[in-house]
Design a protein around this ligand. Structure first.
Ligand SMILES: [Zn+2]
Length: 152
């Protein structure tokens, strides 16, 4: 019998760094046992750190998913963007890059839409926020131990 390290599955709190081994490893703990944070497994988000790419992809994906023009409030609610108001520079950039089109109706409400079929943005939007089916690579490699032992 040799000595060997045994690895146990445990959890680490993203908030306080506490590591622990749960008694019941099948279910995820609801709070960190040390700091009691329910967000122990959710890395802190920096709201202002939304990048232009993130902003653009979310909007394009939201608009495409809806299939009709939306107001900024709709977009923001559906995409979960943190900004209260859209960044003008980014909006103009999107108009150029992804064919974003904004139209003010008779009530002064601005409706956003993207021209479907814009080359570069298409693929981006697809993997941005769309509910993609679980892409777990199922193991197709079935161990074939057949040939073994043939040469004896
Ligand atoms: Zn903690």
């Amino acid at each position: 019998m040799g000595k060997l390290p045994i690895t146990v599955m445990g959890f680490r709190c993203d908030r306080c760094g506490h590591e622990w081994v749960p008694r019941d490893s099948d279910s995820e703990p609801r709070v960190c046992p040390k700091c009691k944070s329910p967000y122990w497994n959710k890395p802190r988000k920096i709201a202002s750190a939304t990048s232009y790419e993130d902003f653009r992809d979310k909007i394009v994906a939201t608009l495409k998913a809806s299939g009709q023009p939306l107001t900024w409030t709709d977009i923001r609610t559906r995409s979960g963007l943190p900004q209260k108001f859209p960044n003008n520079g980014w909006v103009h950039r999107m108009e150029k890059e992804v064919g974003l089109h904004r139209q003010r109706d008779q009530h002064g409400v601005i409706h956003w839409q993207v021209r479907i079929g814009t080359p570069a943005s298409d693929r981006m939007a697809a993997n941005a926020d769309a509910p993609t089916p679980a892409q777990t690579p199922h193991s197709t490699s079935t161990p074939t131990g057949r040939k073994k032992g043939a040469v004896e």
